[in-house]
Design a binder for this molecule. Structure first.
Ligand SMILES: Cc1cc2nc3c(=O)[nH]c(=O)nc-3n(C[C@H](O)[C@H](O)[C@H](O)COP(=O)(O)OP(=O)(O)OC[C@H]3O[C@@H](n4cnc5c(N)ncnc54)[C@H](O)[C@@H]3O)c2cc1C
Ligand code: FES
Ligand code: FES
Length: 509
């Protein structure tokens, strides 16, 4: 098997790395191979943001900037992209350190507006978290129009994956909203696009264009992906690596061969049809939630509570669904929405696909019906219908960047006071994400009213046999499920302030 080179742009230069093992993380490469120790290692599991870096990708003649966690991202996955770390800001991000550093009148090196704002607003004390905060802010800075002000909400969302244990967040958010006060310093995108284009001409496998036996396979289209999956059923599939990365850093797992689905053009699309949208399995969580929120704005606060932004920027909806964690957040919602999954394979030279309701994908704890030659290709989500009432609730110990103890999604279609259809997805109460069939059946036989939801709460409380673990006791999970059903009823009545999300967003202002 061959080991492809990794080619990326940093400080305007092409960096080429050879012989990087497939399981080596981007953080290991930065700190240990390249000596870039400004990028810190805190938790090594995507939770603290100390290792945040920014990736740039050419998309439709512009650059998309995404802050991600280097500690759980495989180094090979950044091939063909641009990379910035905290060491790359005080110089022109495109021209790089070979060019003179722009000077202030006093002769000191000019900091990037992100860094200048952090200094002036006293946004750093011990400084361990600061490179990560600076990079999350750099991603935000580049994604805004030049000189455009940043709101406190935007800052909170951009910093949702960064923890600081000594400064306190107020000065850091102050820095975020004052970045526009400093002289504009933007990436020269036209030049970077040219360089990224040039990067594609540098061969990865010696003289060959592609090696189907490489240890890190990055197919560009679906037929190629399916062929590789058939040839290499034992290769570890990875997408954004926000689950798989922890198997590497925490369980010390080593992969002999990796099949990366994130470059497959078809799987990165959101397609719109008259009655549903089809979200490609490799669409990032950030983009997938944008697509879901566009159709159902009430999902915004739930979307913002899925991990933190760097995880949503890297992780994919397909990865969440395929991983099948019983406390995964998208599945209860997708079950309530009546989503289907499409599995694809290549058999006897032909592309074969099958479609099933999402909840039927799972057969047991992190087990599913996918055959060795199959991949998850699409998640099909029906569009909203008239008189639909939908809410999804996540109960976790922290508001941001935390996994659910319980997740409940309820969707009703009503006609007058009659419940025509009820679909309920639940997480955290069984070995897999599940549908609350008994509660659904009860609601469908009844009319809207307090008594109905009182009884539905009781049924939901005993429909499952949750376990006690470090996140919550079984008794708490049962109790909270019933309470959430009552909250759903209150929100049906229009009591929007029954929601903790509304309160938190108010407090932030
Ligand atoms: C700090 C942190 C916070 C998190 N918070 C949350 C949270 O709030 N809610 C939540 O639900 N999850 C959370 N997660 C878990 C994780 O981010 C999600 O499960 C994410 O969606 C996984 O997607 P990925 O692309 O990173 O998958 P990967 O890690 O790349 O892959 C996960 C699994 O899916 C398989 N897979 C991926 N794509 C395909 C495909 N197309 N076909 C077949 N198999 C495939 C892989 O083989 C692997 O088994 C968190 C993770 C971290 C590190
Ligand atoms: S080291 Fe904590 S998120 Fe990477
Ligand atoms: S400044 Fe010390 S952890 Fe943030």
């Amino acid at each position: 098997m061959t080991n492809p080179t990794i080619r990326f742009i940093r400080r305007g230069q092409i960096v080429t790395l050879a012989n990087v093992p497939p399981s080596r993380t981007l953080l290991e490469v930065l700190r240990e191979d390249l000596g870039s120790t400004a990028t810190k290692e805190g938790c090594g599991e995507g939770d603290c943001g100390a290792c945040t870096v920014v990736l740039g990708e050419a998309v439709d003649d512009r650059i998309e900037y995404r802050a991600i966690n280097a500690c759980i991202r495989l180094a090979h996955s950044i091939d063909g992209l641009a990379l910035w770390t905290a060491e790359d800001l005080a110089v022109d991000p495109l021209i790089g350190p070979t060019a003179p550093i722009p000077s202030r009148a006093d002769g000191a090196a000019r900091l990037h507006p992100v860094q200048e704002a952090l200094v002036q607003c006293h946004g750093s004390q011990c400084g361990f978290c600061t490179p990560g905060f600076a990079m999350s802010l750099f991603g935000l800075y580049q994604n805004k129009a030049p000189g455009a002000p940043v709101t406190r909400d935007e800052a909170a969302s951009a910093l949702s994956g960064n923890l600081c244990r000594c400064t306190g967040y107020r000065p850091i958010v102050d820095a975020a909203v004052s970045m526009d006060r400093f002289p504009v310093q933007r990436v020269n995108e036209a030049e970077l696009l040219t360089k990224l284009e040039h990067l594609k001409t540098i061969p990865r496998w010696g003289s060959a264009n592609f090696d189907p036996d490489s240890i890190y396979m990055t197919p560009n289209d679906l037929p190629q992906l399916l062929a590789l999956r058939r040839q290499h059923p034992d290769a570890q599939i990875v997408a954004g690596c926000t689950d798989v990365g922890l198997w590497v850093t925490k369980q010390h797992r080593d992969f002999a061969q990796v099949l990366d689905v994130t470059r497959v053009a078809e799987l990165r699309r959101v397609e719109r049809y008259p009655h549903h949208i089809a979200i490609g399995a490799a669409v990032t969580l950030a983009d997938a939630f944008d697509a879901l929120v566009a159709n159902r704005p009430q999902l915004l606060s739930f979307a913002q509570r899925f991990a933190g932004l760097p995880v949503r920027n890297s992780g994919t909806l397909g990865g969440n669904v395929a991983n099948g964690s019983p406390i995964g957040d998208s599945m209860p919602l997708l079950i309530a929405l009546g989503a289907h999954v499409v599995l694809m394979s290549q058999r006897k030279g032909k592309t074969v696909s099958r479609e099933l309701p999402l909840e039927n994908l799972y057969t047991g704890y992190r087990q599913n019906v996918m055959a060795a030659d199959e991949v998850l290709a699409w998640i099909k989500v029906p569009l909203p219908v008239e008189n639909e009432f939908l809410r999804v609730y996540k109960i976790s110990k922290r508001f941001e960047d935390d996994i659910s103890a319980v997740c409940l999604a309820v969707r009703l279609r009503v006609a007058g006071d009659r419940i025509e259809q009820a679909s309920i997805g639940v997480g955290g109460v069984a070995a897999t994400p599940v549908r609350a069939i008994k509660t659904e059946a009860f609601l469908q036989r009844n009319t809207l009213g307090e008594a109905t939801f009182d009884q539905a709460s009781g049924i939901l409380r005993i429909e499952f046999e949750p376990i006690s673990d470090m996140r919550a006791s079984a008794a708490y999970r049962r109790a909270v499920l019933g309470d959430l059903m009552r909250r759903f009823w209150l929100e049906c009545l229009g009591a929007a302030n029954a929601s903790i999300e509304t309160l938190v967003l108010e407090v932030r202002k």
